[in-house]
Design a binder for this molecule. Structure first.
Ligand code: NAD
Ligand code: MG
Length: 399
Protein backbone atom coordinates (compact mmCIF):
# COMPACT_ATOMS: atom_id res chain seq x y z
CA UNK A 1 0.00 0.00 0.00
CA UNK A 2 1.22 3.53 -0.85
CA UNK A 3 2.25 5.71 2.08
CA UNK A 4 -0.20 8.44 1.13
CA UNK A 5 -3.65 7.35 -0.03
CA UNK A 6 -5.29 9.72 -2.54
CA UNK A 7 -8.96 10.36 -1.86
CA UNK A 8 -11.86 11.68 -3.93
CA UNK A 9 -14.75 12.90 -1.79
CA UNK A 10 -17.92 12.93 -3.89
CA UNK A 11 -20.34 15.33 -2.17
CA UNK A 12 -17.70 16.95 0.04
CA UNK A 13 -19.97 19.85 1.08
CA UNK A 14 -22.63 17.58 2.59
CA UNK A 15 -22.92 16.23 6.10
CA UNK A 16 -20.93 13.03 5.33
CA UNK A 17 -18.46 14.96 3.17
CA UNK A 18 -17.68 17.42 5.97
CA UNK A 19 -17.31 14.60 8.52
CA UNK A 20 -15.01 12.74 6.10
CA UNK A 21 -12.74 15.76 5.66
CA UNK A 22 -12.60 16.15 9.44
CA UNK A 23 -11.28 12.58 9.80
CA UNK A 24 -8.93 12.89 6.81
CA UNK A 25 -7.38 16.07 8.26
CA UNK A 26 -6.48 14.13 11.43
CA UNK A 27 -4.16 11.84 9.41
CA UNK A 28 -2.02 13.92 7.05
CA UNK A 29 0.64 11.15 7.11
CA UNK A 30 -1.85 8.65 5.59
CA UNK A 31 -4.32 10.55 3.40
CA UNK A 32 -4.28 13.32 0.79
CA UNK A 33 -7.29 14.82 -0.97
CA UNK A 34 -7.27 14.29 -4.74
CA UNK A 35 -10.68 15.79 -5.55
CA UNK A 36 -13.67 17.44 -3.89
CA UNK A 37 -17.14 17.90 -5.40
CA UNK A 38 -20.18 20.08 -4.71
CA UNK A 39 -23.50 20.65 -6.36
CA UNK A 40 -24.33 24.20 -5.27
CA UNK A 41 -22.45 25.19 -2.10
CA UNK A 42 -19.55 26.75 -3.95
CA UNK A 43 -18.37 28.98 -1.10
CA UNK A 44 -17.93 25.98 1.17
CA UNK A 45 -16.20 24.06 -1.64
CA UNK A 46 -13.72 26.92 -2.14
CA UNK A 47 -13.04 26.99 1.59
CA UNK A 48 -12.46 23.20 1.54
CA UNK A 49 -10.07 23.61 -1.40
CA UNK A 50 -8.04 26.19 0.52
CA UNK A 51 -7.74 23.83 3.49
CA UNK A 52 -7.22 20.49 1.68
CA UNK A 53 -5.53 21.68 -1.57
CA UNK A 54 -6.98 19.03 -3.93
CA UNK A 55 -5.80 18.65 -7.53
CA UNK A 56 -9.41 18.83 -8.76
CA UNK A 57 -12.74 20.26 -7.67
CA UNK A 58 -16.04 19.55 -9.43
CA UNK A 59 -18.98 21.95 -9.46
CA UNK A 60 -22.41 21.13 -10.90
CA UNK A 61 -23.10 24.47 -12.49
CA UNK A 62 -20.78 25.84 -15.25
CA UNK A 63 -21.35 29.52 -14.39
CA UNK A 64 -20.52 28.97 -10.74
CA UNK A 65 -17.43 27.03 -11.86
CA UNK A 66 -16.10 30.13 -13.63
CA UNK A 67 -16.48 32.21 -10.44
CA UNK A 68 -14.76 29.48 -8.41
CA UNK A 69 -11.81 29.43 -10.86
CA UNK A 70 -11.28 33.17 -10.31
CA UNK A 71 -11.57 32.83 -6.54
CA UNK A 72 -9.05 29.98 -6.35
CA UNK A 73 -6.60 31.73 -8.64
CA UNK A 74 -6.83 34.84 -6.48
CA UNK A 75 -5.69 32.63 -3.58
CA UNK A 76 -2.81 31.27 -5.65
CA UNK A 77 -4.25 27.73 -5.71
CA UNK A 78 -3.77 25.43 -8.74
CA UNK A 79 -6.84 23.27 -8.14
CA UNK A 80 -8.46 22.54 -11.52
CA UNK A 81 -12.21 23.04 -11.69
CA UNK A 82 -14.31 20.54 -13.65
CA UNK A 83 -18.08 20.70 -14.15
CA UNK A 84 -21.14 18.51 -14.43
CA UNK A 85 -21.74 14.75 -14.25
CA UNK A 86 -18.72 13.88 -16.44
CA UNK A 87 -16.45 15.78 -14.02
CA UNK A 88 -17.76 13.58 -11.18
CA UNK A 89 -17.14 10.41 -13.18
CA UNK A 90 -13.61 11.55 -14.11
CA UNK A 91 -12.49 12.27 -10.53
CA UNK A 92 -14.02 9.02 -9.22
CA UNK A 93 -12.24 6.87 -11.80
CA UNK A 94 -8.90 8.74 -12.13
CA UNK A 95 -5.91 6.42 -12.05
CA UNK A 96 -4.15 8.24 -9.18
CA UNK A 97 -7.13 7.80 -6.84
CA UNK A 98 -7.07 5.05 -4.20
CA UNK A 99 -10.23 5.79 -2.21
CA UNK A 100 -13.60 7.18 -3.30
CA UNK A 101 -15.95 8.41 -0.60
CA UNK A 102 -19.41 8.17 -2.21
CA UNK A 103 -21.34 10.85 -0.29
CA UNK A 104 -23.57 12.44 -2.94
CA UNK A 105 -27.22 12.26 -1.91
CA UNK A 106 -29.77 10.40 -4.02
CA UNK A 107 -29.83 8.98 -7.54
CA UNK A 108 -27.25 11.56 -8.69
CA UNK A 109 -24.65 9.46 -6.85
CA UNK A 110 -25.16 6.31 -8.93
CA UNK A 111 -22.98 7.02 -12.01
CA UNK A 112 -19.97 8.55 -10.23
CA UNK A 113 -20.00 5.82 -7.57
CA UNK A 114 -20.16 3.18 -10.29
CA UNK A 115 -17.22 4.90 -12.07
CA UNK A 116 -15.18 4.38 -8.90
CA UNK A 117 -16.29 0.74 -8.73
CA UNK A 118 -15.38 0.13 -12.38
CA UNK A 119 -11.93 1.61 -11.79
CA UNK A 120 -11.44 -0.93 -8.96
CA UNK A 121 -11.15 1.62 -6.14
CA UNK A 122 -11.75 1.26 -2.44
CA UNK A 123 -15.32 2.61 -2.23
CA UNK A 124 -16.55 4.07 1.06
CA UNK A 125 -20.26 3.85 0.38
CA UNK A 126 -22.58 6.38 2.02
CA UNK A 127 -24.79 6.81 -1.06
CA UNK A 128 -27.15 3.92 -0.23
CA UNK A 129 -29.40 4.96 -3.13
CA UNK A 130 -26.84 3.42 -5.57
CA UNK A 131 -27.44 -0.02 -4.09
CA UNK A 132 -31.20 0.47 -3.80
CA UNK A 133 -31.48 1.47 -7.45
CA UNK A 134 -29.06 -0.96 -9.03
CA UNK A 135 -27.98 -3.45 -6.37
CA UNK A 136 -27.57 -6.46 -8.68
CA UNK A 137 -25.57 -4.60 -11.34
CA UNK A 138 -23.58 -2.76 -8.68
CA UNK A 139 -22.47 -5.90 -6.81
CA UNK A 140 -21.67 -7.62 -10.11
CA UNK A 141 -19.37 -4.73 -11.08
CA UNK A 142 -17.71 -4.73 -7.65
CA UNK A 143 -16.77 -8.38 -8.21
CA UNK A 144 -15.76 -7.94 -11.86
CA UNK A 145 -13.48 -4.98 -11.18
CA UNK A 146 -12.18 -6.25 -7.85
CA UNK A 147 -13.28 -3.06 -6.08
CA UNK A 148 -13.30 -2.97 -2.28
CA UNK A 149 -16.75 -1.98 -1.03
CA UNK A 150 -16.89 -0.73 2.57
CA UNK A 151 -20.14 0.46 4.17
CA UNK A 152 -20.14 3.92 5.76
CA UNK A 153 -23.83 3.79 6.67
CA UNK A 154 -23.60 3.32 10.44
CA UNK A 155 -25.87 0.25 10.63
CA UNK A 156 -24.09 -1.56 7.81
CA UNK A 157 -20.73 -0.55 9.14
CA UNK A 158 -21.77 -2.02 12.50
CA UNK A 159 -22.85 -5.30 10.87
CA UNK A 160 -19.63 -5.39 8.82
CA UNK A 161 -17.64 -5.01 12.06
CA UNK A 162 -19.64 -7.81 13.74
CA UNK A 163 -19.09 -10.28 10.87
CA UNK A 164 -15.91 -12.39 10.60
CA UNK A 165 -13.22 -10.67 8.48
CA UNK A 166 -13.41 -11.77 4.86
CA UNK A 167 -16.84 -13.36 5.31
CA UNK A 168 -18.43 -14.06 1.91
CA UNK A 169 -21.57 -15.88 3.00
CA UNK A 170 -23.84 -15.46 6.01
CA UNK A 171 -24.53 -19.20 6.02
CA UNK A 172 -20.84 -20.14 6.10
CA UNK A 173 -20.23 -17.60 8.87
CA UNK A 174 -23.01 -19.19 10.98
CA UNK A 175 -25.18 -16.07 10.93
CA UNK A 176 -28.85 -16.48 11.79
CA UNK A 177 -30.11 -12.88 11.55
CA UNK A 178 -29.02 -9.30 11.03
CA UNK A 179 -30.65 -6.91 13.50
CA UNK A 180 -30.93 -3.47 11.94
CA UNK A 181 -31.58 -0.70 14.47
CA UNK A 182 -33.22 2.67 13.84
CA UNK A 183 -34.12 5.52 16.17
CA UNK A 184 -37.65 6.06 14.83
CA UNK A 185 -36.81 9.72 14.13
CA UNK A 186 -38.47 12.83 15.56
CA UNK A 187 -42.09 11.55 15.27
CA UNK A 188 -41.72 8.17 17.01
CA UNK A 189 -44.29 9.16 19.64
CA UNK A 190 -46.18 12.00 17.90
CA UNK A 191 -49.95 11.29 17.92
CA UNK A 192 -50.80 9.77 14.51
CA UNK A 193 -53.47 12.39 13.81
CA UNK A 194 -50.84 15.14 14.05
CA UNK A 195 -48.42 13.65 11.52
CA UNK A 196 -50.09 15.27 8.50
CA UNK A 197 -49.38 18.71 9.99
CA UNK A 198 -45.66 18.39 10.83
CA UNK A 199 -43.32 20.88 9.15
CA UNK A 200 -40.07 20.29 7.19
CA UNK A 201 -38.12 21.93 10.04
CA UNK A 202 -39.63 19.51 12.57
CA UNK A 203 -38.94 16.56 10.25
CA UNK A 204 -35.30 17.61 9.81
CA UNK A 205 -34.69 17.99 13.56
CA UNK A 206 -33.42 14.46 14.19
CA UNK A 207 -33.08 13.66 17.90
CA UNK A 208 -29.64 11.94 17.67
CA UNK A 209 -27.97 12.47 14.27
CA UNK A 210 -27.09 15.63 12.36
CA UNK A 211 -27.64 14.85 8.66
CA UNK A 212 -28.62 16.32 5.28
CA UNK A 213 -32.29 17.26 4.76
CA UNK A 214 -33.26 14.36 2.47
CA UNK A 215 -31.99 11.60 4.76
CA UNK A 216 -33.46 13.46 7.77
CA UNK A 217 -36.94 13.30 6.22
CA UNK A 218 -36.28 9.66 5.25
CA UNK A 219 -35.46 8.97 8.90
CA UNK A 220 -38.69 10.61 10.02
CA UNK A 221 -40.77 8.43 7.62
CA UNK A 222 -38.43 5.46 8.20
CA UNK A 223 -38.02 5.17 4.43
CA UNK A 224 -34.36 5.44 5.40
CA UNK A 225 -34.61 2.12 7.27
CA UNK A 226 -36.42 0.63 4.28
CA UNK A 227 -33.60 1.74 1.97
CA UNK A 228 -31.12 0.36 4.49
CA UNK A 229 -32.94 -2.96 4.54
CA UNK A 230 -32.41 -3.21 0.77
CA UNK A 231 -28.82 -2.02 1.18
CA UNK A 232 -28.17 -4.76 3.77
CA UNK A 233 -29.65 -7.47 1.53
CA UNK A 234 -27.23 -6.55 -1.28
CA UNK A 235 -24.15 -5.86 0.84
CA UNK A 236 -24.31 -9.02 2.93
CA UNK A 237 -26.22 -11.37 0.62
CA UNK A 238 -29.02 -11.58 3.19
CA UNK A 239 -32.43 -13.03 2.44
CA UNK A 240 -35.30 -10.69 3.33
CA UNK A 241 -36.43 -12.89 6.24
CA UNK A 242 -32.90 -12.81 7.73
CA UNK A 243 -33.23 -9.12 8.63
CA UNK A 244 -35.15 -7.79 11.61
CA UNK A 245 -35.69 -4.07 12.11
CA UNK A 246 -35.71 -2.81 15.70
CA UNK A 247 -36.59 0.63 17.00
CA UNK A 248 -33.80 1.79 19.29
CA UNK A 249 -34.40 5.45 20.21
CA UNK A 250 -30.99 6.00 21.85
CA UNK A 251 -28.95 5.31 18.62
CA UNK A 252 -26.12 3.75 20.64
CA UNK A 253 -26.31 0.14 19.38
CA UNK A 254 -25.75 0.76 15.67
CA UNK A 255 -26.83 -2.78 14.63
CA UNK A 256 -26.20 -6.42 15.55
CA UNK A 257 -25.47 -9.87 14.14
CA UNK A 258 -27.08 -12.95 15.68
CA UNK A 259 -25.29 -16.28 15.18
CA UNK A 260 -26.78 -19.77 15.10
CA UNK A 261 -25.34 -20.55 18.55
CA UNK A 262 -27.37 -17.72 20.11
CA UNK A 263 -24.48 -15.24 20.36
CA UNK A 264 -25.36 -11.69 19.41
CA UNK A 265 -22.53 -9.29 18.49
CA UNK A 266 -23.29 -5.57 18.56
CA UNK A 267 -21.32 -2.47 17.66
CA UNK A 268 -21.89 0.46 20.00
CA UNK A 269 -20.73 4.05 19.97
CA UNK A 270 -21.66 7.70 20.24
CA UNK A 271 -23.88 8.57 17.25
CA UNK A 272 -21.28 10.35 15.10
CA UNK A 273 -20.59 9.36 11.48
CA UNK A 274 -16.86 10.00 11.92
CA UNK A 275 -16.61 6.54 13.57
CA UNK A 276 -17.76 4.48 10.55
CA UNK A 277 -15.88 6.85 8.20
CA UNK A 278 -12.61 6.38 10.15
CA UNK A 279 -13.24 2.62 10.28
CA UNK A 280 -13.57 2.41 6.49
CA UNK A 281 -10.63 4.75 5.82
CA UNK A 282 -8.23 2.75 7.97
CA UNK A 283 -9.68 -0.77 7.48
CA UNK A 284 -8.42 -3.34 8.36
CA UNK A 285 -6.46 -1.13 10.80
CA UNK A 286 -8.03 1.49 13.10
CA UNK A 287 -7.61 5.27 13.14
CA UNK A 288 -8.61 8.07 15.52
CA UNK A 289 -11.85 9.76 14.49
CA UNK A 290 -12.25 12.56 17.01
CA UNK A 291 -15.39 10.89 18.41
CA UNK A 292 -15.61 10.95 22.22
CA UNK A 293 -15.80 7.74 24.27
CA UNK A 294 -19.18 6.24 25.01
CA UNK A 295 -19.89 7.03 28.67
CA UNK A 296 -21.45 3.82 30.02
CA UNK A 297 -21.97 5.35 33.46
CA UNK A 298 -24.04 8.26 32.15
CA UNK A 299 -25.98 6.59 29.38
CA UNK A 300 -29.77 6.34 29.01
CA UNK A 301 -31.22 2.82 29.30
CA UNK A 302 -31.07 1.02 25.95
CA UNK A 303 -34.58 0.29 24.62
CA UNK A 304 -35.75 -1.86 21.71
CA UNK A 305 -39.23 -2.26 20.20
CA UNK A 306 -40.83 -3.22 16.87
CA UNK A 307 -41.62 -0.38 14.42
CA UNK A 308 -45.33 0.35 13.92
CA UNK A 309 -46.58 -0.41 10.40
CA UNK A 310 -49.29 2.21 10.75
CA UNK A 311 -46.87 4.98 11.73
CA UNK A 312 -44.16 4.03 9.22
CA UNK A 313 -45.85 2.79 6.01
CA UNK A 314 -42.70 3.58 3.97
CA UNK A 315 -40.92 0.71 5.67
CA UNK A 316 -43.27 -1.90 4.22
CA UNK A 317 -43.28 -0.21 0.82
CA UNK A 318 -39.49 -0.53 0.66
CA UNK A 319 -39.46 -4.17 1.78
CA UNK A 320 -42.19 -5.01 -0.77
CA UNK A 321 -40.22 -3.28 -3.54
CA UNK A 322 -37.15 -5.38 -2.78
CA UNK A 323 -39.20 -8.59 -2.77
CA UNK A 324 -40.75 -7.59 -6.14
CA UNK A 325 -37.22 -6.99 -7.49
CA UNK A 326 -36.47 -5.69 -10.99
CA UNK A 327 -36.83 -1.93 -11.30
CA UNK A 328 -39.26 -1.68 -8.33
CA UNK A 329 -36.63 -0.47 -5.80
CA UNK A 330 -35.36 2.14 -8.31
CA UNK A 331 -38.94 3.34 -8.82
CA UNK A 332 -39.54 3.46 -5.06
CA UNK A 333 -36.34 5.46 -4.58
CA UNK A 334 -37.19 7.93 -7.36
CA UNK A 335 -40.77 8.42 -6.16
CA UNK A 336 -39.50 8.99 -2.65
CA UNK A 337 -36.91 11.57 -3.78
CA UNK A 338 -39.59 13.53 -5.65
CA UNK A 339 -42.06 13.30 -2.76
CA UNK A 340 -39.47 14.35 -0.17
CA UNK A 341 -38.46 17.34 -2.34
CA UNK A 342 -42.13 18.33 -2.61
CA UNK A 343 -42.57 18.01 1.16
CA UNK A 344 -39.46 20.13 1.80
CA UNK A 345 -40.79 22.72 -0.69
CA UNK A 346 -44.13 22.86 1.14
CA UNK A 347 -46.23 21.35 -1.65
CA UNK A 348 -46.95 17.98 0.01
CA UNK A 349 -47.82 16.98 3.56
CA UNK A 350 -45.62 14.60 5.53
CA UNK A 351 -48.10 11.71 5.35
CA UNK A 352 -48.57 12.21 1.60
CA UNK A 353 -44.93 11.17 1.04
CA UNK A 354 -45.89 7.52 1.64
CA UNK A 355 -49.10 7.94 -0.38
CA UNK A 356 -47.19 9.21 -3.42
CA UNK A 357 -44.70 6.34 -3.21
CA UNK A 358 -47.53 3.83 -2.75
CA UNK A 359 -49.44 5.20 -5.75
CA UNK A 360 -46.36 5.00 -7.97
CA UNK A 361 -45.70 1.42 -6.86
CA UNK A 362 -49.35 0.36 -7.43
CA UNK A 363 -49.15 1.05 -11.17
CA UNK A 364 -45.47 0.26 -11.70
CA UNK A 365 -44.71 -1.93 -14.77
CA UNK A 366 -41.85 -4.02 -13.46
CA UNK A 367 -38.99 -5.38 -15.56
CA UNK A 368 -35.47 -6.71 -14.99
CA UNK A 369 -32.88 -3.96 -15.66
CA UNK A 370 -29.87 -5.20 -17.62
CA UNK A 371 -27.95 -1.92 -17.68
CA UNK A 372 -27.55 1.35 -15.80
CA UNK A 373 -29.37 3.04 -18.70
CA UNK A 374 -32.40 0.85 -17.97
CA UNK A 375 -32.22 1.72 -14.27
CA UNK A 376 -32.04 5.43 -15.07
CA UNK A 377 -34.95 5.09 -17.50
CA UNK A 378 -37.03 3.55 -14.69
CA UNK A 379 -35.89 6.36 -12.40
CA UNK A 380 -37.14 9.01 -14.87
CA UNK A 381 -40.47 7.23 -15.40
CA UNK A 382 -41.12 6.91 -11.68
CA UNK A 383 -40.32 10.61 -11.18
CA UNK A 384 -42.89 11.54 -13.84
CA UNK A 385 -45.47 9.29 -12.24
CA UNK A 386 -44.74 10.75 -8.77
CA UNK A 387 -45.11 14.32 -10.07
CA UNK A 388 -48.51 13.44 -11.57
CA UNK A 389 -49.70 12.08 -8.24
CA UNK A 390 -48.41 15.15 -6.42
CA UNK A 391 -50.35 17.41 -8.79
CA UNK A 392 -53.46 15.35 -8.15
CA UNK A 393 -53.00 15.79 -4.40
CA UNK A 394 -52.71 19.53 -4.95
CA UNK A 395 -56.05 19.46 -6.79
CA UNK A 396 -54.62 19.93 -10.27
CA UNK A 397 -54.89 16.52 -11.91
CA UNK A 398 -52.99 16.12 -15.16
CA UNK A 399 -55.06 14.94 -18.07
P1 NAD B 1 -26.23 16.24 2.22
O1 NAD B 1 -27.49 16.73 1.60
O2 NAD B 1 -25.75 16.87 3.47
O3 NAD B 1 -25.04 16.35 1.14
C1 NAD B 1 -25.19 15.89 -0.15
C2 NAD B 1 -23.95 16.16 -1.00
O4 NAD B 1 -24.28 15.74 -2.33
C3 NAD B 1 -23.55 17.63 -1.10
O5 NAD B 1 -22.15 17.75 -1.17
C4 NAD B 1 -24.17 18.09 -2.43
O6 NAD B 1 -23.42 19.15 -3.03
C5 NAD B 1 -24.07 16.82 -3.26
N1 NAD B 1 -25.13 16.75 -4.26
C6 NAD B 1 -26.46 16.88 -4.09
N2 NAD B 1 -27.13 16.74 -5.26
C7 NAD B 1 -26.18 16.54 -6.20
C8 NAD B 1 -26.22 16.34 -7.61
N3 NAD B 1 -27.38 16.34 -8.29
N4 NAD B 1 -25.05 16.17 -8.27
C9 NAD B 1 -23.87 16.17 -7.60
N5 NAD B 1 -23.76 16.36 -6.27
C10 NAD B 1 -24.91 16.53 -5.58
O7 NAD B 1 -26.40 14.67 2.39
P2 NAD B 1 -25.72 13.71 3.50
O8 NAD B 1 -26.55 13.70 4.71
O9 NAD B 1 -24.27 13.98 3.60
O10 NAD B 1 -25.93 12.28 2.80
C11 NAD B 1 -25.13 11.87 1.70
C12 NAD B 1 -25.39 10.39 1.43
O11 NAD B 1 -24.93 9.65 2.55
C13 NAD B 1 -26.85 10.04 1.25
O12 NAD B 1 -26.97 9.02 0.29
C14 NAD B 1 -27.26 9.51 2.60
O13 NAD B 1 -28.31 8.57 2.54
C15 NAD B 1 -25.98 8.85 3.07
N6 NAD B 1 -25.84 8.77 4.53
C16 NAD B 1 -25.80 9.90 5.27
C17 NAD B 1 -25.67 9.82 6.65
C18 NAD B 1 -25.58 11.06 7.51
O14 NAD B 1 -25.39 10.95 8.71
N7 NAD B 1 -25.68 12.25 6.95
C19 NAD B 1 -25.61 8.56 7.26
C20 NAD B 1 -25.64 7.43 6.47
C21 NAD B 1 -25.75 7.53 5.10
MG1 MG C 1 -27.93 4.61 8.51
Amino acid sequence: MKALQQITVLGSTGSIGVSSLDVIARHPESFAVFALTAHRQVDLLIHQCLVHRPLYAVIGDAEQAANARHALRAHGLNTQILTGPQGLIDVAGASDVDIVIAAIVGAAGLRPTMAGVQAGKRILLANKESLVMAGGLFMQQVATHNATLLPVDSEHNAIFQCLPTGSTSLEKAGVKRLLLTGSGGPFRTTPLDQLAGVTPEEACAHPNWSMGRKISVDSATMMNKGLEYIEACWLFGARPEQIQILLHPQSIVHSMVEYTDGSVLAQLGVPDMRTPIAHCLAWPARAASGVPSLDFLNMPPLEFSPPSEERFPCLNLAVASFKAGGTCPAALNAANEVAVDAFLAGSLTFTQIAEVVDNVMQTWQNSEPTSLDAVECADREARLSARKHIQQFAGHPLT
